[in-house]
Design a protein around this ligand. Structure first.
Ligand code: MG
Length: 160
């Protein structure tokens, strides 16, 4: 077994007038994540972990926010595209975890739905993906509720 590990990190600003899309699900909140895409920091962190493990650089390389065609792209669409690239290189997901950092809203009630939705977008068994959430004890931009951050790790196996 040839294993490869990747790590992804992302953060987006919380702003009024946008739906909060996180982990490929809609989370009810009075603000949403800003971005050229839908701002799904959790999906983006997971994409970067997968791309990193595959040696395929990062989202900024493949989906630059300077390009109009990625405007409003959902996290699920990015995950589908990244999963296809990973499979094309003969790599298979072994295990992954994403941690979201948010003060508000509390995400604990949504993590299972996020894992299910992200796994579906990737086309993998839900058991291969764990989503957890933490607050930041009032510290930093996440703690002040200015944005949401996410960190992800992914372990891939080279199958050919
Ligand atoms: Mg992002």
């Amino acid at each position: 077994m040839t294993l490869r590990i990747g790590h992804g990190l992302d953060a987006h600003r919380l702003v009024e007038g946008r739906p909060l899309m996180l982990g490929c699900v809609h989370v009810p909140h009075d603000r949403g994540l800003a971005g050229h895409s839908d701002g799904d920091a959790l999906a983006h962190a997971l994409c970067d972990a997968l791309l990193g493990a595959a040696g395929l650089r990062d989202m900024g390389h493949h989906f630059p926010s300077s390009e109009p065609r990625w405007l409003g792209t959902s996290g699920a669409e990015f995950l589908r595209a990244v999963a296809a690239m990973v499979r094309e290189r003969g790599l298979r997901l072994v295990s992954s975890q994403v941690v979201a950092v948010a003060e508000q809203p509390r995400l604990g009630a949504h993590v299972d739905a996020m894992a299910l939705a992200c796994a579906a977008a990737l086309g993998v068994d839900r058991a291969l993906l764990q989503v957890t959430a933490t607050s930041a004890d009032g510290l930093g931009f996440a703690g002040r509720g200015e944005g949401i951050a996410a960190s992800a790790v992914a372990l891939l196996d080279q199958t050919r």
